[in-house]
Design a protein around this ligand. Structure first.
Ligand code: ZN
Length: 254
């Protein structure tokens, strides 16, 4: 361990101890990624406050934790060392997780620098049956012709391939925007619970893992007050009841 790593580790431990002391009366959870037990952190991005969102030890947010739990379940009996995977819009959180498991690991994105393939999901330059596994989290809500993208994903998958394609659930029913909204990173729709039916047109089976069907201790819900929606910045997101929202990880089988 270098001196810099040592200092960082000590700093993290001090931060964690202080955070736990200051928040000892808050709800306690367990992080499935790093094993931390205790309160989670609230976060306040531009979209507004989300309670119990982030693990203070490994920074896993709600979607990382639920995807991690699902990935472990889906991949547990698979010979991933013999499989080829494509990681679209590769978030750093999962790069190591995938690259150390899969025999062939490649990254792709439309705009991101440093990926293996700079490509458009709507027109993939790969042969049919190229990959065993594809992961694209929070991508399809940005893609105008998502039907084309879903059919392209299915096309490049091998006959027994799997694609995991989560999108944020921001409405009861999916709402298409007339143009991309710059205030929500150029989303072109607010996906609803019905969104995953679009996958069923191209995949033989779509399994939905939901926050309320997985262990509560991992805190896999999105605690966000959406009663004041829509706002000037998000004029097409409808108001949603309550402040505890379900997340879903759809696993699509070719
Ligand atoms: Zn953690």
């Amino acid at each position: 361990m270098t001196l810099r790593q040592y200092v960082r580790r000590v700093k993290n431990r001090v931060f964690l101890t202080i955070f736990q002391l200051q928040n000892s009366k808050k709800d306690q959870f367990e992080c499935p990624v790093c094993g931390y037990c205790g309160p989670f952190m609230d976060v306040v991005p531009s979209t507004g406050l989300r309670k119990h969102a982030k693990c203070p030890k490994c920074n896993a947010q709600e979607r990382h934790r639920i995807q991690f739990v699902v990935l472990n379940d889906v991949l547990k009996d698979m010979a991933t060392n013999k499989m080829a995977m494509l990681h679209f819009a590769p978030e750093s959180f999962f790069k190591y997780y995938f690259s150390e498991r899969f025999g062939q690991y490649e990254t792709a994105d439309l705009n991101m620098k440093g990926v293996d393939h700079q490509v458009d999901l709507q027109r993939l330059p790969f042969d049919d049956d190229s990959y065993d596994f594809l992961f694209a989290s929070h991508v399809l809500e940005h893609v105008p012709d998502d039907e084309k993208a879903i059919s392209e994903i299915r096309r490049i998958l091998k006959p027994k391939g799997i694609a995991i394609l989560p999108v944020p659930i921001l409405s009861e029913k999916t709402i298409e925007y007339p143009e991309p909204n710059p205030y929500e990173a150029y989303h072109v729709r607010a996906p609803g619970f019905d969104y995953f039916m679009r996958y069923e047109r191209y995949f033989s089976k779509v399994e939905r893992y939901s926050s309320d069907s997985l262990p509560k201790k991992y805190q896999l819900f999105v605690f966000e007050d959406r009663r004041h929606w829509p706002t000037k910045e998000i004029p097409l997101r409808p108001s949603m009841q309550g402040d505890k929202h379900i997340d879903i990880v759809p696993v699509c089988y070719a």
